[in-house]
Design a protein around this ligand. Structure first.
Ligand SMILES: Nc1ncnc2c1ncn2[C@@H]1O[C@H](COP(=O)(O)OP(=O)(O)OP(=O)(O)O)[C@@H](O)[C@H]1O
Length: 475
């Protein structure tokens, strides 16, 4: 391979995780190399190639790392960016242990939501909060810090309850809390998720419980592991879906009813439909409110496109063209049905891609294992349904494809799901691509409706068979 092709193709995702993705365009397999987590150290590429090639790649990696780091820093100083902040973490009055925790995760400055929400969440007397912030801007980190700051470690009982709609999201939030709390060894966490069996009637000593609504409700009522009267902070992640989905809503309301009226309530999401927002304001007493304008909901760092196709084989051909011409670290592809997802995954595997398939009928533990492998870069493509549209945080995802556009029960554009799906890329200031496959007039109308909903954030036409046009795009 010529040195020029290395030069155009190296793609590095700067990392709070200890790995960098080095991609090679063309047939050469992509390689994953490791480098020390805390980013000032120099990564060292030694995975094959002659010495000259190795040193060239090392130079490119360093340059790309500096570029990514600078971009986040620039965004954090741009008042128009959701990552903007004027305060430092020190000024947010975190304990020295939590400061060590956030810096150890590679965070330098808070994002806007962290800067605005943390003082409200930590205020005395406690204040309720309903908060909206774009996907990947640090909401999970914000409420995790709030819970870690809130607990009294002298008290060996559950004080904070956090519920989220899926098993894998609960696990992910738990991992964030564990990482941030590395230097707070006395704070303990329990996972209220399916399969985590506990002895009936013995009260938990863990100060924080993170889980899904059904299991957490059982732990409060049937198993009596948690005394709801002693819960002083209640967090609802992806609050809009918790309110709008009937099963989740009923269980969340039943949990909420058992809590005392002084229990602090914190609701977070990237999207809130108007009716859901109104409902939230009714159930949360006297809340602080952080709300986005409609035109602020879409991130500028995610470039959006649509591709005209005829039917599924043609969509598949467009997908292959995209892959042939872009440097893609990792991709998530969304389908409407499990059947379509499994068809697409097999086709991609036949083409030689490393593909993971995740859909709703799989066992929860199996789903979590698939996501873990994808997060670790074992597979480069994740084909999935809406089950994975929210919350999952994989910073290397540079492309999201809506193989099928997101629609609601009536077949109309599902704007909220769209925003969550495309938000799997462009995490915390990174650049990303979202490509929508349009196979009929009806799906073109859906793209237009989504564009309209976002107050005309452009979704541009892309011709994946036009190599020249494709070459102009860079992630
Ligand atoms: N202050 C920060 N500095 C640097 N990186 C951060 C900071 N806060 C969060 N991150 C990183 O940004 C990514 C997105 O954060 P997080 O998952 O908290 O976003 P989110 O708003 O909860 O996303 P979603 O809307 O998809 O649920 C994570 O990888 C996280 O580690």
């Amino acid at each position: 391979m010529s040195k020029d092709s290395w030069a155009v193709a190296v793609d590095v995702q700067e990392a709070t995780t200890p790995s960098i993705q080095v991609s090679f365009r063309g047939d050469t397999p992509r390689k994953l190399i490791s480098y020390p987590t805390l980013a000032n150290e120099t990564p060292d590429f030694r995975a094959g190639g002659d010495l000259a090639e190795q040193s060239l790649v090392n130079k490119l990696i360093r340059r790309a790392l500096v570029r990514n780091r600078n971009e986040v820093e620039v965004l954090q100083r741009d008042p128009r960016s959701p990552l903007y902040s004027v305060k430092s973490f020190e000024e947010l009055r975190l304990t020295p242990e939590l400061l060590r925790g956030v810096y150890n995760m590679g965070f330098n400055r808070p994002s806007r939501i962290q800067e605005n929400a943390l003082p409200m969440m930590l205020a005395q007397p406690p204040q309720n909060l309903i908060a909206q912030s774009q996907s990947g801007t640090g909401k999970t980190a914000a409420f995790s810090l709030a819970m870690l700051s809130h607990v009294n470690t002298e008290n060996k009982w559950t004080q904070c309850l956090c519920i989220s709609p899926t098993y894998e999201l609960a696990l992910q939030i738990g991992q964030v809390i564990e990482q941030m709390g590395t230097f707070c060894p006395d704070v303990k966490l329990a996972y209220g998720i399916r399969g985590n069996r506990m002895n009936r009637g013995i009260k938990l000593q863990e100060q924080i419980v993170i889980g899904t609504p059904g299991t957490v409700l059982d732990w409060c009522t049937k198993y009596k592991l948690i005394d709801p009267n002693k819960i002083t902070m209640f967090v609802l992640d992806e609050a809009d879906v918790m309110i709008a989905t009937q099963g989740h809503r009923d269980q969340s309301i039943r949990i909420h009813r058992q809590l005392t009226k002084d229990c602090q309530m914190l609701l977070f999401s990237a999207t809130f439909e108007e009716s859901v927002w109104r409902f939230a304001e009714q159930v949360v007493p006297d809340p602080n409110i952080i709300k986005l304008k409609r035109e602020e909901e879409t991130l500028d760092t995610i470039k959006q496109f649509y591709v005209i196709c005829n039917e599924k084989e043609d969509k598949f051909a467009s997908l292959c063209n995209l892959y042939g011409s872009l440097t893609i670290a990792q991709a998530m592809i969304f389908c409407h049905t499990r059947k379509m997802a499994s068809w697409l995954a097999s086709k991609l595997i036949t083409e030689g891609h490393q593909v993971a398939l995740l859909s709703g009928e799989m066992e929860v533990a199996q789903r979590a294992a698939v996501i873990e492998r994808f997060k670790n870069g074992k597979e480069k493509v994740l084909v999935t349904t809406n089950v994975c549209s929210r919350g999952i945080d994989v910073e290397q995802v540079s492309l999201v494809v809506n193989f099928d556009l997101p629609v609601n029960m009536e077949g109309m554009a599902d704007n909220e799901t769209y925003l969550h799906r495309i938000g799997r890329t462009g995490r915390f200031g990174r650049r990303g691509f979202a490509v929508n496959m349009v196979d009929s007039d009806c799906s073109m109308d859906i793209v237009k409706a989504i564009e309209h909903h976002s107050v005309y954030r452009k979704i541009s036409k892309l011709d994946t068979s036009n190599l020249e046009e494709m070459e102009k795009l860079s992630i």
